[in-house]
Design a protein around this ligand. Structure first.
Ligand code: SF4
Length: 438
């Protein structure tokens, strides 16, 4: 659908005027630190506390950050939730708001899933998307503060990730990466909309118009991607400083110094061409939203995975585990074994996983396989239980702690991540971009 750009821009300017802002400098943007509660994003927070964090060539202090935000997929490991109080305490000390975007209540999700199932059978061909919006009852509560909205699940469009996919007899797939988009990125961007309205009187749509007209910079999300994972970096926004569009090659032991200078160079449409909203007419076919872009401070600083331990240790986060969903198709097979051990009552495993999750993930895959025999969670293995059985036979001595310390697969078998959750197969970065719509 083509939007009336001029009307949108005029509306945004009027809104901005009402809020007392008519011109925007390079620091007039919402900056969020996307906190997956894993090692990369916690390392970013530690560097912020030390005054060493850099994004797009600019040193950031805590007062530059509008929010540290964690979007809960509803299937996070226990150790991930375990560090929330420590992260919240550090944010408090730094004076930066920490928002945990929880999923809606069980009752609200059950009602949604029930009504969605009816809709799917009744209205398959009649634009089900719009209809699903009308049954998100938890989003109808208005007049709440950001904190209250974060608590009641207002920022999420979908129930917990496992229930979402299970209800559709499908799985979070390696090939699509829509799980991160729907359960992490979308919620964070709704929060950015609220933060932008509160600070500038203009929401995401209006901010897009201002950015596209070259009158404001896109908001900035800081994403925790280590310097030795350049395949996870996606610099696509036309207003990203040119020097940051290609990630530098990391060098071990690199000093923490900024290497980029930020230049605001608004992209202009060729002379004589009208502004257009069609994606194909944008530079490089870039289809993302105008209102926000991403920066990768660890990449800019040359902080590789091995460098993170020292940074985490300095702030008492040395024992931080990798974060992610316990049903993630990218995680090592051993992590599924930990789920099985927790179900058997293994005390060590129960520190990481709820005993009910093993049955839950097995059933989730079973339902998907019944609908489509190709919906295997773990690569070529016929099912999770078989994969775990074979893995254990090959690794009879592995302990829970050894397994949980293990990083995700790198390279060919699926390096994952968008940074928000630490996972995205490098090969699907392109599909991630395709799903970004205003
Ligand atoms: S952790 Fe895995 S399953 Fe969860 S959102 Fe990220 S890629 Fe998807």
């Amino acid at each position: 659908m083509r939007l009336d750009m001029r009307a949108l821009l005029a509306q945004a300017k009027a809104q901005a005027k009402r809020s007392g802002k008519t011109r925007y400098g390079p620091t007039d943007r919402i900056v969020t630190l996307n906190m997956g509660l894993g090692r990369d994003s916690v390392a970013m927070l530690c560097l912020l506390a030390e005054g060493k964090l850099v994004a797009q060539g600019r040193k950031l202090s805590p007062s530059d950050i509008d929010a540290v935000v964690f979007s809960d997929t509803g299937a996070e490991w226990l150790h991930t939730h375990g560090i929330v109080p420590k992260v919240a305490a550090l944010c408090r000390r730094l004076g930066v708001p920490f928002y945990m975007l929880s999923k809606p209540s069980d009752a609200a999700c059950a009602l949604y899933l029930d009504e969605a199932a009816d809709l799917r059978t009744e209205a398959r061909s009649e634009g089900i998307k719009a209809k699903l919006g009308s049954i998100r009852h938890w989003r109808k509560k208005t007049g709440k503060s950001i904190e209250q909205k974060a608590r009641i699940g207002w920022y999420h469009l979908l129930p917990p990730i496992r229930d979402d996919y299970y209800s559709r007899a499908t799985i979070a797939s390696r090939a699509k990466a829509d799980c991160t988009e729907n359960h992490k990125v979308a919620a964070i961007r709704k929060l950015i909309d609220d933060l932008s309205r509160a600070r500038f009187g203009v929401g995401n749509r209006g901010w897009s118009a201002l950015v596209e007209a070259g009158e404001a910079l896109p908001h900035l999300s800081l994403v925790g991607i280590a310097a030795d994972e350049p395949s996870r970096v996606v610099h696509m926004h036309p207003l990203d400083p040119p020097a940051t569009r290609t990630p530098p090659t990391p060098r071990k032991g690199q000093p923490l110094i900024p290497r980029f200078t930020s230049v605001h160079r608004p992209w202009k449409y060729p002379k004589g061409r009208k502004n257009s909203r069609t994606w194909s007419e944008r530079p490089g076919g870039w289809p993302g939203p105008w209102y926000v872009t991403e920066a990768y401070p660890l990449v800019e600083l040359g902080v590789a995975k091995d460098d993170e331990q020292a940074i985490l240790d300095r702030h008492g986060f040395g024992g931080t585990y990798k974060s992610g969903c316990w049903l993630c198709p990218h995680q090592p097979v051993g992590w599924f074994w930990v789920l099985r051990e927790a179900a058997k009552g293994n005390k060590q495993a129960k520190k990481h996983a709820d005993p009910r999750w093993w049955g839950s993930v097995v059933e989730y895959e079973r339902a998907a396989l019944e609908a489509n025999p190709n919906m295997k969670v773990i690569g070529s293995y016929p099912s999770i239980p078989i994969a775990v059985e074979r893995w254990r036979a090959k690794n009879p001595r592995a302990t829970i702690e050894e397994v949980m310390q293990k990083d995700y697969a790198r390279g060919g078998s699926g390096e994952c991540t968008t940074g928000e959750c630490d996972h995205l197969d490098a090969a699907i970065a392109a599909s991630r971009i395709k799903t970004r719509r205003r």
